[in-house]
Design a binder for this molecule. Structure first.
Ligand SMILES: Cc1cc2nc3c(=O)[nH]c(=O)nc-3n(C[C@H](O)[C@H](O)[C@H](O)COP(=O)(O)OP(=O)(O)OC[C@H]3O[C@@H](n4cnc5c(N)ncnc54)[C@H](O)[C@@H]3O)c2cc1C
Length: 366
């Protein structure tokens, strides 16, 4: 028996920060939007399992989508948070260089300037000794515009605003199948009390870790536009007691991540993370045996960290893309210009700085 069929203008798959920002943007522009979210609450995955840092745009190649949307997104996010009373703090950040790392810090500084990052300055050893005697660092790159944000408050606000403009956010609605034709997408949806089909003219795939698997259901998508995905899990450990700094402290980045850094939370606490563990499938367990490797990573820049001062907190999983056999390190927005399918947008590999970039990514969809 055929499933009941509903119709709408635009479907967004996923109510993480990206899907919600997109839904708000399109609903404000007068489009009929339905957001389908598999979980019982918004933002249960990537968007609530991150460092909650508003990034300054230091790391991404100039001209890349990450660089551009991070910088634009940061400006929009500060404005949005100030206007809506969402908790945030422009606390600033230091990227610290230890012995033998001066050249790598200079390279990062040069990249950040070329990418258009603002509020940058180099801090020498004298000032570091005076202001942060607890730090083991010879130099630091300051990013005065970096900050932190309450990601849950942000998502709640985006959801409310999208709904105020007529968007429907359907929780516990999992997309199981997609019939993908230009300008006509028929989704099979499993809801708690029924299964049905939903037809839309536009489809925005903002499904986070599931965005790549969902492209496998899109028959019309050209083979060379089907990326593979690997999962890079990152754990966090919480600091017992008061943090040693009032700004974010990062080591220099490594190949797969930004390094185990000190992040502040808006409640006055601090946590360290995320590390990198390649996993076959996403899971959010935090193995307390990682404590020792965390302590070692933190002691590279905070030698006086007390043994046992860290406790397991939470974990998140980064979607890492491979396209045509090679790592693809930028965000990947596939729209009609790329794949020729009218109405379809895939938002893929939206790892860090996706929280910062969300409003700018949404703005790119018209
Ligand atoms: C460890 C870590 C640290 C990070 N730190 C930062 C940071 O400090 N600053 C920053 O800017 N960014 C950071 N990020 C990146 C940021 O968290 C993400 O870019 C952003 O949250 C991505 O949001 P999303 O909406 O794409 O994904 P998600 O929040 O995962 O949302 C996708 C949604 O789709 C739903 N879904 C999936 N499949 C289906 C389906 N079939 N049907 C219906 N719904 C479905 C899921 O349930 C989920 O709710 C970090 C990421 C990680 C992993």
């Amino acid at each position: 028996m055929a499933l009941p069929l509903e119709e709408t203008g635009c479907v967004v798959i996923g109510a993480g920060v990206i899907g919600l920002a997109v839904a708000r943007h399109l609903a404000r522009a007068g489009q009929a939007v339905v957001v389908l979210e598999a979980e019982a609450h918004i933002g249960e995955h990537l968007s609530s399992r991150n460092s909650e840092v508003i990034h300054g745009g230091l790391y991404y190649p100039p001209g890349s989508l990450k660089a551009e949307t991070c910088l634009r997104g940061k400006a929009l996010l500060y404005e949005y948070c100030a206007a809506r009373g969402i908790a945030h703090r422009r606390c600033g950040k230091w990227v610290v260089a230890g012995p033998g790392q001066a050249e790598a810090l200079d390279d990062l500084h040069a990249n950040a300037r070329a990418a258009g990052a603002e509020g940058l300055s180099l801090i020498g050893s004298e000032r570091l000794r005076q202001e942060a005697p607890w730090l083991r660092a010879e130099q630091a790159l300051e990013s005065a515009t970096s900050g932190i944000v309450d990601s849950h408050g942000l998502m709640a606000s985006l959801a409310t605003e999208a709904q105020t403009h007529g968007a429907v956010i359907a929780l516990r609605h999992r997309v199981e199948h997609i019939d993908c034709r230009p300008g006509c997408f028929t989704l099979s949806v499993a809801a708690p009390d029924q299964r049905f089909r939903l037809r839309a003219e536009r489809l925005i795939n903002a499904a986070g870790l599931s965005a790549v698997p969902l492209t496998a259901l899109m028959d019309a998508l050209p083979e060379n536009q089907r990326p593979r995905q690997r999962f890079a899990k990152g754990h966090y450990f919480k600091l017992r007691g008061r943090p040693p700094a009032e700004r974010l402290i990062y080591p220099l980045p490594d190949a797969d991540g930004l390094g185990v850094h000190l992040t502040l939370d808006l409640g006055g606490g601090a946590r360290f993370g995320p590390d990198v563990e390649w996993v076959e499938r996403p899971d959010y367990r935090v193995d307390e045996n990682r404590q020792e490797s965390f302590e070692q990573a933190v002691r590279r820049y905070w030698p006086a960290l007390r043994p046992g001062a860290l406790q397991p907190d939470y974990a998140g999983v980064r979607p890492k893309l491979w396209l045509n056999g090679a790592p693809y390190r930028d965000f990947l927005i596939q729209d009609q210009g790329e794949h020729g399918i009218e109405g379809l947008v895939n938002l893929l590999g939206i790892e860090s700085p996706g929280l910062t970039a969300a409003l700018a990514l949404a703005e790119r969809l018209t």
